[in-house]
Design a protein around this ligand. Structure first.
Ligand code: ATP
Length: 666
């Protein structure tokens, strides 16, 4: 976000916080007054005495709860209505049932009434108006007031969103400078088979419905239900089969035809549902097409780029590309070369590949930016850019690096963004930077994978480490344990090693060698337990993880979705256990509650004890209107103005501004 943008967001938030402080102060004042026995409304002495008489008076100075006082006040009114017929002519004419409904209405509204004289209709302009009519009027006023409050909140949200949206587009600096706007998507030579081109719109819709695929955009290619129909060369089909990948997953059914045909795309699907293939295969096909057309020579390339938020994820994706490229080579196709550009490793080996011309680059933003700046690679021929875990990539953590990388593009490129979590705001922003994008949605962005059994346990902070051993018994290994901070990761490692558990750990302060050792030994099954910060929560695909333990609740609910998504992958079932305690953020707990409800999991009673401001957005069937969640992080348990992620990012941004540089590691 630009400095101006940050200021705007800050000032909008500051306004909101000021208003909130005022409201809190008002509330405090009200509480104080009522504790002292002062009614905030001006009831005349006679009436007040009458109410007290009716309700039983209290010894002066003794504490009476607000609820009790309210009840007594209502009782007083009720008694006057029943025993004193002096509240206007209408009350005498009414039957007792009507009185009952009137008093019910009173109790509903009394709390919000500011003028009990009017409420009772005893004097003033309402003296001749029936109680029912007065109540109807009050209700209307009350609703209007409430709406106004809601409108106010919406307005504040709008201002804040506008400030956030004032980010610059994800476009190259030269394009922005020259005002270049691409209107038409890129074209590739890939075509649907004639029999798929002739599918009727009804057939296409039925197919999408069957696989729960939701699309948005213009001229969207039909979903294809076999890899054969996607026209991959035989060695690629053979490779997929060897990995037991025989039928495309829904995100691949729709995502592959879209990306293969050159369209910009935003792909949203649950963790572990095959998004990586949906952006890797088209890159390989594009590289192959270019190589066949005109082989790359020294200093040329890449044709395409995949940017990932962590070194480990980049390595995993790179190895996937190498495997497909080598299957093609073995099948008699030209050699396709790839390099891995990540921090912490020497690029010496990679330079050898670069010298031959490179087709594909998989990178983390920092190292890629560095290589571009040093002129080690260029994006002159680059036609394809993918951001894996895209919301994280466009998030503040990497935004500046991504913008710098974009400035090296010379021509239009195809841009594809994939993630399991993609808040609406990020989608809107991304869409504005893409060319006629197609949005493919296979699950609600941020929803948990339905193949995961989610358990939430209340464990006191100091008991967690001891309880870990018991928790590890739930399933056989491999298990992964996540914690927010590096010290907790180190402490757990020490404890588990002492207890004889085969564990390894990874976080951003470990050196590259340690990180690689941990990943390798865990992946190869030599270690049973991986303990990690969120550095390992996104995208990593370890085979057969049975159990994810959250030592704490992450600060952002999206990280919860990613963390538990390390299990329950490729159609298998997994278990996730999350420890919560009194230190867990209420807002994230509420988000968690909604994720559990959505995934039809057991919600621990403690989560129902937290006041839930989203209760009013329940639909008639009791489910939550999912369109009302936070526009910034996608959490369903809070609104934008209370977003813990936004607040956290702002703190980080301010700190980064002070330091004049950002830190992106976990
Ligand atoms: N069509 C398929 N059929 C069976 N398995 C598949 C298929 N596509 C991918 N897989 C396997 O599913 C696993 C998860 O895939 P992948 O890592 O691409 O998930 P993802 O959606 O990117 O998850 P995340 O959101 O965590 O990054 C991998 O082991 C992959 O080989």
């Amino acid at each position: 976000m630009s400095g101006q943008g940050i200021d705007d967001v800050n000032s909008a938030l500051e306004k909101y916080r000021r208003r909130r402080r005022e409201l809190e102060q008002e509330e405090e004042e009200e509480n104080r007054r009522s504790k002292l026995g002062l009614f905030d409304v001006d009831i005349d002495t006679e009436k007040s005495a009458s109410i007290k008489r009716g309700s039983g008076s209290h010894e002066s100075g003794s504490y009476v709860s607000a609820k009790q006082r309210r009840m007594e006040k209502i009782e007083g009114i009720r008694q006057r209505l029943h025993y004193d017929g002096s509240y206007g002519p209408q009350s005498e004419e009414k039957g007792s049932n009507e009185h009952a409904s009137d008093t019910e209405a009173l109790s509903d509204n009394e709390e919000n009434s500011s003028d009990p004289t009017q409420l009772l209709g005893q004097q003033g302009p309402n003296a001749n108006v029936s109680l029912v009519e007065q109540m109807a009027e009050m209700r209307k006023k009350h609703l209007l007031n409430e709406k106004t409050e809601e409108e106010k909140q919406k307005e504040q949200e709008k201002t804040l969103l506008a400030a956030i949206a004032r980010r610059k587009q994800l476009a190259s600096a030269a394009e922005i400078a020259k005002g270049v706007v691409y209107k038409e998507p890129m074209r590739t030579n890939w075509r649907l088979l004639p029999r798929h081109r002739s599918l009727s719109p009804e057939e296409v819709t039925a197919r999408r419905k069957l696989w729960h695929i939701i699309v948005d955009g213009e001229d969207i290619p039909s979903p294809l239900v076999t890899f054969n129909s996607m026209r991959f060369p035989q060695p690629v089909l053979g490779y997929l089969k060897s990995k037991n990948i025989v039928q495309p997953s829904p995100i691949q059914m729709q995502g592959l035809p879209v990306v293969l045909s050159g369209r910009d795309m935003i792909g949203i699907a649950s963790t572990g549902t095959g998004k990586t293939m949906a952006f890797s295969l088209p890159l390989v096909m594009l590289a192959l097409e270019e190589e066949c057309r005109m082989p790359l020579v020294q200093g040329e390339g890449p044709i395409g780029l995949i940017v990932c938020p962590s070194r480990e994820l980049a390595r995993q994706t790179y190895e996937g590309l190498l495997a497909i490229a080598s299957a093609l080579l073995e099948g008699g196709y030209p050699e396709l070369r790839a390099i891995l550009a990540i921090g912490g490793v020497s690029m010496q080996e990679q330079y050898h590949t670069l010298n031959k011309g490179v087709h594909m680059v998989v990178a983390t933003p920092g190292r890629l930016q560095d290589m571009l700046a040093r002129g080690r690679i260029n994006l002159d021929l680059c036609k394809y850019m993918c951001m894996d875990e895209a919301d994280r990539m466009i998030d503040v953590g990497f935004e500046e690096e991504m913008r710098t990388i974009m400035s090296y593009f010379k021509h239009q490129r195809q841009t594809v963004l994939f993630s399991a979590t993609m808040p609406k705001k990020i989608q809107d922003f991304a869409q504005s930077s893409l060319v006629k994008p197609v949005v493919v949605n296979v699950s609600r962005a941020g929803a948990a994978n339905m193949d995961i059994i989610q358990e939430v346990e209340y464990v006191k902070p100091e008991m967690r480490i001891v309880y870990l051993l018991e928790c590890l018994q739930k399933t056989p290994p491999p298990v992964v344990i996540f914690a927010e901070n590096k010290n907790d990761v180190d402490d757990m490692l020490e404890y588990l090693l002492l207890k004889g558990v085969e564990a390894v750990a990874i976080h951003g302060s470990k050196d590259q060698e340690e990180r690689e050792y941990a990943m390798r030994s865990y992946r190869e099954g030599k270690k049973d337990v991986l303990i990690a910060t969120d550095i390992a929560s996104k995208g990593l695909d370890f085979p057969e993880i049975k159990h994810v333990i959250n030592f704490d609740l992450p600060k952002e609910i999206e990280n919860y979705t990613h963390r538990i998504g390390r299990t329950g992958r490729a159609g298998k079932t997994g278990v996730a256990t999350t420890f919560i305690n009194m230190n867990s953020s209420e807002q994230v707990l509420l988000d968690l509650k909604h994720i559990l409800i959505e995934a039809k999991q057991r919600v621990p009673p403690v989560l129902y004890t937290i006041a839930d401001p989203t209760d009013k957005y329940r639909l008639p069937d009791g489910s939550l209107d999912t369109s009302v969640g936070c526009a910034y992080c996608g959490g369903l348990g809070h609104r934008l103005l209370d977003c813990p992620k936004l607040a956290q990012e702002q703190r980080a941004q301010q700190a980064a501004q002070r330091r004049e540089g950002g830190a992106n590691d976990y």
